[in-house]
Design a binder for this molecule. Structure first.
Ligand SMILES: [Mg+2]
Length: 153
């Protein structure tokens, strides 16, 4: 049976935006987002991170640095009882014309295939109308936009 998912943006949504986050010592988790994710998880939703990381192909951070920061994010979420089942990231710059950079649907399509997700009941959570909001609109799914300028605690 297919399952519902929460597709959640990372920088500015789960953690304070750095920007081009790469150093784990800059990691600050937004507790409100962790709480929202935990509630969805308890209702049976899969938690899946979908994140644009153009800093990789812009040469601002390496895949290794991305992975190291990502590991720290997952560790902090784990401590709060939030278990992310998968992370999909797009390393491309806007001018590469890829199909995975949000608001394109490539990352979600991949997740949908990998986890047999029922998009109809799924939700997008992000901090950016032009990427996360637009992506949700394309998919016809519910979207929660959080204020990236809120306080991390
Ligand atoms: Mg963001």
């Amino acid at each position: 049976m297919s399952r519902k998912a929460v597709f959640v943006d990372r920088d500015g949504t789960i953690n304070r935006d750095c920007p081009y986050c790469h150093d784990p010592k800059d990691l600050k988790i937004y507790e409100d987002t962790a709480n929202i994710l935990k509630r969805y998880q308890e209702e049976g939703y899969l938690i899946i991170i979908v994140t644009n990381q153009s800093g990789i192909n812009r040469g601002y951070l390496s895949e290794e640095e991305f992975n190291r920061f990502q590991k720290a994010v997952l560790g902090e979420l784990d401590k709060r009882g939030v278990h992310v089942v998968a992370t999909y990231h797009c390393p491309h710059t806007p001018w590469e014309g890829c199909s995975c950079r949000k608001p394109n649907i490539g990352l979600i399509e991949q997740a949908r295939k990998d986890f047999d997700i029922d998009l109809r009941g799924s939700v997008m959570i992000g901090d950016n109308d032009a990427t996360d909001g637009e992506l949700a609109k394309k998919l016809g799914i519910k979207c929660i936009i959080l204020d990236k300028n809120r306080q991390g605690n």
